[in-house]
Design a protein around this ligand. Structure first.
Ligand code: SAH
Ligand code: SF4
Ligand code: F3S
Length: 448
């Protein structure tokens, strides 16, 4: 009988991309996808540990599956991703029903690891490895937009962050391998790619080669020029940018290259320089503002999104207010906010100046309130405008509507037939602008 598998994915875009590759491997093994985790013969949780609540979610899901396994010994249970890397062996002690615990660097090895499981072993794969070029065909969620990893891991040491300890050191893919993947996507009918890295500005610094002036031969900017003309691909995005390494050369390239979309995701984390220093972020709030000014100098309409943390150890009310001020001044199109959560193996978790939960959640609420107001203000600029929208799918909440994104990454709904519009870029006249999404009508040019 055909075995059915289910993957639940938590966390960031890297995890989503890893899940698509792991699903591709399972397809190749002859298994079939099911949406229903309680009916699957293999259940894989691709986990996130960026904050404590992300980690705890996994344990409650796992509890249910462990119980199911007691009456269904043929069930295969896999924990992949960042909790797997962080906990390793100790996950097996906590949930003895697990068959496989595998860190993110091992995603492409899922097939081999499952073979060991079939031999009856309980397997833990968390040792650091060189990530091999992916030879599988990912099972992509979308037929229009695709993730393309360009650099794995992170060499930064932000004092709050688990990512370097769970994702390992930076490993860039070669420009040729990246281009080959994008060319294949173009041939398959994909229209948009998002280049992925935790710190994408670090792309290429681990690859050999420098220019006569001593600059790395392979930077993100060079990569954009290198992949820009791939046939079929109409839009190129990239994330996540780090203010420490963000260059004017990159801004110029984005402005010059028509396929690169006018949206920048550049987390600032805090609007206060002492807090930024304690976080080891390597820039000041003034430098951050200069980057945004530069972007807007070249591309006045560019969308800016970011991440911010409130309640970092030692953060005073006045320091927090500087974060509010930055948000007020910049006017982000979107901001992901979080209360600081102490994480294992990170320096800040050990400091004594932790803030209490009430202060953190009060600051989070105040920041979120401001973000909603500012995003609604920013959104108003779309009202009445005509935007190029790449149609991706039907609106799951209203099948009469299709949905897509503007170049600036605003989710946009309009009436239309998905069988005709999927993968098309249409001009949409925006009739309603909400804080984080738009509604409009496909603009049919008047016949003359
Ligand atoms: N590489 C990206 C961010 C990766 S993690 C960067 O450098 O900005 C995604 C976001 O989670 C971070 O930007 C940060 O805002 C948040 N985050 C990371 N660690 C956190 C922690 N310990 N507590 C709260 N938020 C955290
Ligand atoms: Fe974490 Fe900092 Fe690396 Fe981003 S740059 S993943 S916040 S350590
Ligand atoms: Fe989470 Fe790992 Fe991404 S901790 S945010 S899934 S890198």
């Amino acid at each position: 009988m055909t075995r059915r598998y289910h993957i639940t994915t938590f966390g960031c875009q890297m995890n989503k991309a890893d899940s698509e590759r792991m699903a591709g491997i399972l397809d190749e093994l002859g298994m079939v996808w099911t949406d229903e985790p309680l009916e699957a013969d293999l259940v894989l949780y691709n986990t996130c540990t960026i904050r404590d609540n992300a980690e705890q979610k996994v344990y409650s899901y796992l509890g249910k599956q462990a119980k199911r396994k007691q009456s269904n010994p043929h069930l295969t249970l896999v924990v992949a991703g960042c909790v797997a890397q962080q906990e390793g062996e100790s996950l097996l002690r906590r949930v003895p029903e697990l068959d496989l615990v595998m860190g993110p660097q091992h995603a492409n090895r899922l097939g081999d690891l499952l073979e060991q499981v079939l031999d009856g072993a309980q397997v833990v794969a968390t040792e650091p490895v060189h990530i091999f070029e992916d030879i599988t065909k990912p099972r992509r969620d979308s037929q229009i937009t695709a993730w393309v990893n360009v650099i794995y891991g992170c060499n930064e040491r932000c004092t709050y962050c688990v990512v370097p300890s769970v994702r390992g050191v930076e490993q860039s893919r070669t420009p040729e391998a990246i281009r080959a993947e994008i060319e294949q996507l173009g041939q398959q009918g994909f229209k948009e790619v998002t280049l992925l890295g935790q710190n994408i500005d670090a792309y290429g610094r681990d690859l050999p080669g420098t220019t006569p002036a001593g600059r790395h031969l392979h930077t993100l900017t060079d990569l954009l020029y290198f992949v820009h003309d791939v046939p079929g691909i109409e839009r190129i995005r990239f994330a996540t940018s780090h203010p420490r390494y963000f260059t004017e050369r990159l801004i110029v390239a984005c402005n010059e290259l028509p396929k690169v979309c006018e949206h920048f995701h550049i987390p600032f984390q805090s609007g206060n320089n002492e807090v930024l220093k304690a976080m080891s972020r390597g820039y000041t709030q003034e430098k951050y503002r200069r980057i945004i000014d530069k972007i807007r100098h070249y591309m006045p309409d560019a969308a800016i999104s970011a991440d911010a943390i409130v309640g970092f150890p030692g953060e005073t009310e006045a320091q927090f207010e500087q974060t509010l001020r930055l948000v007020e001044d910049i006017g982000f199109d979107q901001l992901n906010t979080a209360a600081y959560s102490p994480r294992p193996n990170t320096p800040a978790a050990l400091w004594e100046n932790q803030l209490d939960e009430a202060t953190k959640s009060d600051r989070l609420q105040r920041l979120n309130h401001l973000v909603a107001i500012k995003a609604a203000e920013r959104s108003q600029r779309y009202a009445g405008r005509i935007e190029d929208v790449l149609i991706e799918d039907i609106n799951p909440k209203n099948p009469q509507q299709v949905m897509g994104r503007t170049r600036t990454n605003r989710l946009t709904f309009c009436e239309g037939d998905i069988s005709q519009l999927k993968g098309q870029t249409v001009q949409v006249r925006i009739t309603e602008a909400r804080a984080f999404s738009l509604t409009g009508q496909v603009d049919v040019p008047a016949l003359v």
